[in-house]
Design a protein around this ligand. Structure first.
Ligand code: XMP
Length: 504
């Protein structure tokens, strides 16, 4: 297992995913987690290596993120990337500061003979993104690479290696080979991570945990809960019952589709009034999520009681856990995903979360392995709290109705275009901000719909999709003409980070 220490770098999660792609288990933890420990990561089983990620700060600032120096005394290999290299340089006695120039983008690196660069020596395109650099190597370190503006673009001593460039991004052409060298020639990591193993382990674990108990699963119609249900179903068969809660916060026609897809065993609970009453007057997004998370659990508890179920299956995935900061108590809470940070403290059953360690693309691969329907695998993710997190401010029936209409128009029109690949989601958001318009000869003072489309692999980072202008034009015209109370449509062109995907 490899731990990636997160210093806030945009590609930190990409490092962990690359390591997993190479067949080794990897987890991301905040830099804050090990700073006061006597022996960092002593509770982590099978720790084989540590990677220090990139980050936006400068190591010489007084309160810049740092790491417990004892990680260099654990006897395991450490790899520093970008900020991670500078931190390693500074902590081990080198000098870090501004060099000749800052580098942002692909440059030519000159990589020297070493285990890390085995098979990729000489001139190589590498992605740099930094202001500072290691000006003087720590004692005993050897330079193994440079670029036009960075004399020390790579260094090593014993088990400690570092690179100023980013091997995890595709722009560093041989980055995967470099990570492969580090993993298998320096760390000598065991290949332990593949989806087949993961699935088998989960199947056995769940069977053992659950025994003869009864289990319920909260299905939302999305891939995560469907995959979680399929895994548990394989383990415990008829001891599992699937439940779908119609919160009234779903998109047009969605409840009907879900009933159709899961018709055989699905229990449908109508709870629209309950949810809308509980959410009345609430405008704080975190509060909304907590109310929704709690209400889901109370409904599930009631159902569990009827059937004497002791376990609840949830489709929680790794990014939900990270963003809700429940994993290691250190990271900032970005938003409390309703199924993690939004859960009540006391619950009448225990949770089974077979996907808790997986990124979305890994869930898709497991779903394929389990032969789930293609339409489900390709379905765009929809958050558990539904349209509640796509309506800025208070949820009302009227706003829900308008947003459903706008969303249906968007999806209908999008189907007519050939869209770019890799779209994670294309969605409409209700913005309760009135602006002046002119309809016919009269003035209007109506609210707004925002369109957001994002391209992403794992939802941890995303770029806004360059949707065709003709599509945007058609959607805008139809929404302002067909949806009552809306006189303006805007297009959100913000990446994640700094913005999250959903507006709330
Ligand atoms: P954000 O907005 O956090 O979204 O960038 C990343 C992915 O997570 C989904 N999302 C949620 N899913 N409960 C969920 O089940 C939640 O509370 C929640 N908040 C965001 C979002 O739709 C996107 O796919």
């Amino acid at each position: 297992m490899i731990i990636v220490i997160d210093f806030g770098g945009q590609t930190c999660h990409l490092i962990a995913r690359r390591i997993r792609e190479l067949g080794v288990k990897s987890e991301v933890v905040s830099y804050k987690i090990c700073n006061s420990a006597k022996r960092p990561f002593s509770s982590v089983k099978d720790l084989e290596g540590v990677i220090l990620s990139g980050g936006p700060s400068f190591v010489n600032l007084p309160d810049s993120p740092t790491v417990n120096k004892k990680i260099f005394e654990l006897g395991i290999p450490v790899l520093g990337i970008c900020y991670g290299m500078q931190l390693m340089g500074k902590l081990l006695g080198g000098k870090v500061g501004k060099g000749k120039a800052k580098e942002f983008g692909v440059v030519t690196g000159n990589l020297n003979q070493s285990i890390l660069f085995d098979g990729v020596t000489g001139k190589q395109p590498v992605l740099m993104s930094h202001g500072d650099q290691v000006l003087k190597l720590p004692k005993g370190f050897k330079n193994i690479g440079g670029s036009k503006d960075v004399a020390n673009a790579a260094m090593f001593k014993d088990n400690f290696y570092a690179v100023q460039f980013h091997p995890e991004v595709v722009h560093t052409k041989n980055g995967m080979k470099i990570l492969h060298n580090w993993l298998f020639k320096i760390v000598k990591a065991k290949k332990s991570w593949n989806h087949f193993n993961y699935l088998n382990n989960q199947l056995q674990l769940i069977k053992k945990q659950v025994g003869q108990d009864k289990v319920i699963c909260g299905l939302s119609g999305g891939i995560d809960s469907a995959t979680a249900s399929a895994i548990v179903g394989r383990s415990v068969g008829k001891q599992l019952r699937n439940i779908y809660v119609d919160t009234g916060l779903m998109r047009a026609g969605e409840t009907e589709q879900i009933k159709k897809a899961f018709s055989k065993s699905l229990i449908v609970i109508k709870a629209e009034t309950q949810f809308l009453t509980a959410l009345k007057g609430v405008i704080d997004p975190e509060k909304k999520r907590k109310i929704i998370g709690e209400l889901f659990i109370r409904i599930f508890e009631k159902e569990a009681k009827k059937w004497r179920a002791k376990w609840l299956v949830q489709g929680t995935i790794y990014p939900d856990v990270i963003e809700s900061a429940k994993l290691h108590d250190a990271a900032e809470t970005i938003k409390s995903h309703h199924n993690v940070g939004g859960l009540p403290e006391k619950m009448d059953f225990k949770l089974i979360e077979p996907l808790r360690e997986l990124y979305k693309d890994e869930v898709r691969q497991i779903a394929k392995k389990l032969n789930l329907p293609k339409t489900l695998i390709a379905r765009q993710p929809f958050p558990g709290p539904g349209l509640a997190v796509r309506i800025r401010g208070e949820i009302t029936r009227q706003r829900l109705e308008r947003l459903r209409q706008a969303e249906a128009i968007l999806q209908e029109e999008a189907k007519k275009f050939k869209l770019p690949e890799g779209i994670w989601v294309t969605e409409a958001i209700y913005v309760p901000l009135s602006t002046t318009g002119v309809k016919g000869d009269g003035r209007s003072w109506d609210e707004m719909i925002a369109i957001r489309s994002l391209t992403s692999v794992d939802a941890m980072t995303a770029d806004w999709t360059r949707l065709p202008y003709d599509l945007l034009a058609e959607v805008s015209t139809r929404i302002v003409n067909e949806v009552p109370g809306i006189n303006r449509v805007v297009y959100d062109i913000t990446t994640k980070p700094p913005a999250t995907m959903e507006w709330e």
